[in-house]
Design a protein around this ligand. Sequence first.
Ligand code: 5GP
Length: 187
Amino acid sequence: MNQERYLVVVSGPSGAGKDTVVRRLRQEHPEIEFSVSATTRAMRPGEQDGVDYHYMSPAEFERRIASGEILEYTRYCGNYYGTPKSEVDRRIAAGRTVVLVIEVEGAANIKRIYPGATTVFIRPPSIEELEHRLRSRGTETEDGIRRRLARAAEELRLAGGYDAQVVNDTVEGCAQELYEAICARQA
Ligand code: 5GP
């Protein structure tokens, strides 16, 4: 249980700016480690295998679920996403802070497995701003945008169950609030 406080789960709707905030947190606090998830979704331009995700086929993902290598997983907008056990256990046992950036179902599953984990929800300033960010990112089709917005509304309803919520008004401010939420639980 004591080791679980080193585990931090960050969720927030697609387009809320989670990745940018988390990137900022990494720059400011290089001692914090990040779990690299497995996924079956296609690699986006600029992403790297083993850095952004471990990319794999649905058959390989299912093989890993069956062999117990995946701690938690979900299907999100038609693809599998999951946390490899190897990304987490060894690091929290060594007392290193590990951040998982995952969606709400995965976050609830992690909290069931590790009740002492810290959960933080990143909110966009508004739904309109979320839609604007998703569109200007230019990585999704119209259908993908609609699915992500529908999913965002569901995720925002669950934000109250997180240990802390932070609003991504500015990347810098949000990264600082996220850091404070992590430190508050480990003190
Ligand atoms: P994206 O396709 O935008 O990279 O990710 C889609 C959603 O999947 C995001 O909300 C992201 O946080 C979530 N996600 C990424 N990795 C995992 C994971 O390992 N487990 C779960 N449950 N969700 C994940």
